[in-house]
Design a protein around this ligand. Sequence first.
Ligand SMILES: *Cc1c(COP(=O)(O)O)cnc(C)c1O
Length: 609
Amino acid sequence: MKNFGLDIWSNKNFIIEDGEIKLNYKCMPSLLEITNEIRSKDVKGPIILRFPHLVKRQIKTLYSNFSKAIVDNGYRGKFHAVFPLKVNQFPAAVEAITSQGKKYNYGLEAGSKAELILAMSKTPSGANITVNGFKDKEMLTLGFIAAQSGHNITVTIEGLNELETIIQVASECSLNVPNIGIRVRLHSAGSGIWAKSGGMDAKFGLTSTEIIEAIKLLKDANLLNKLKMIHFHIGSQMSDIAPLKKALREAGNIYVQLKMMGAEALSSINIGGGLAVEYDQHILSNERNYSINEFSSSVVFLLGEIMNAKKVEHPDIFTESGRFIVASHAILITPVLELFSQDYQEKLLNFKEKNPPLIEELIELTKLLNNANCIEYLHDALDHMESLFTLFDLGYIDLQDRSNSEILVHNIIKKALYLKSANPTNELEELQSKLQERYLINASIFQSLPDYWGLGQHFPVMPIHHLNTTPLRAASLWDITCDSDGEIAFNPEKPLYLHDVNLDEEDYFLAFFNVGAYQETLGMNHNLFTHPNEYTINVTDAKYEIINEIESKSILDILDSIGYNKDEILNKLKTDLLKSEFITEKEKNATLAQLETFIQQNGYLRTTN
Ligand SMILES: *Cc1c(COP(=O)(O)O)cnc(C)c1O
């Protein structure tokens, strides 16, 4: 894996220089310098870094590709995009999206009451709000309130009952009626692991029969002039473009039919989200078979073609891409706390005045090992180790001898791997994965990479420094939850190799990339680990600046958030300690102060240097 697959997943957002990974933007800070600055303020656990410029880049890419496709195809509708809040509702993420999207009039999409309230308070004036998902009368009334408050809002109905409720609310009050959209149930389904949103058995959308009924209801209620949009969403992380094309043909023709049925105000097609992100570190285009350029030109071309054939005015095109917009903007950085086979360190060798002859030979092999002889010497070493184990079992050598031989052989294998790192033999590769190193990371996979836990979604991971040395240790990653699922195991088909570092002497940081979509609110507080500290980083030509710092919940706050009474807990701990015996008052008070500090911090470990 050359450069940890940077050329595959990073979209040129990062480069490796001087052994560190740097932002490929303006003053090009390295992730290590940012991390070190943050850690110098006594932050020890995992951190999330957000880069608004990466959101801007995605928004710009989306708009410029669609603008180009519109010009190239002589398309006469406009392009609009809204951001689906469910993909990341965190304040700093939403702030990055709305501020970076301002010049495009970029709007927000809501799928629940809470998200709708958020959209109503954060959508810049003039930008669009779209509303999807199941709705009750209250949620639909919120749509009316948004329209009355001046928002450009379209409420997409998922079923006829929602439409009936809209008609009822409209008759009961004199608030502005929001624009109405219809989610259509497509016969064609999506692709990829999230493809449950399309197809005849989809969870959402109106069938043809229901659409006809909807038009009748709207006409009767004198609200047909409010029908502005039809909507579909074929699922997230679309791997193949073919189902989208099918869906576009189907939706395009439904649009045409509705126009013919008298839906004169109907003016837009919302194609939902689904644009995929490259997460693979090993094989290019494993995740998707199309580019954003192909995606936008297919959408514009197909819709234009359908409308031209039926002489229908070109509709405006809406997208609700979420993952594509925000995945890249957030990076999780985790310190490594421990390498489990550090016990094989050379400094732990403890030779005797007289060592068993096979150990003396291992010492010789270690000294003489070079590129030309290393395979042969490696075989000798493995052979000696077998013999030494047998000698131990028979009682001829002691535990100290055995420990020495394990360390020596381990180091011979490591050196051989290093010498042959450019072109390892099959045997070496096998040895390597047997000698897997377990890296304990100061993070929770449940909290920060829930899609890895739930769906096996891989996220690009790499060290942020040491990048001018070849990593040789086959690595599996363990998190600090006490759950055996909190592990990213070594996968020989998609191997991860990390560096052999001595954590007593230096820090070692791993970064997980593309974690900006879905992971943050899906993340769970298993073992009561909380959302990590997060920092928004503004990068300019001259410098980088940490502009927003949000601390993770303290131990007391997380207990409070699941319903415990903070004061009660604090009091109980204090009284128990105060009534304890056999320590001085002075020590009691010092211990109390210590306890208070501990519970005001988050629960991540603080043992790294
Ligand atoms: C989830 C969702 C999206 C976002 O999908 P992405 O794959 O993140 O682009 C868009 N629209 C609707 C209706 C959704 O439910």
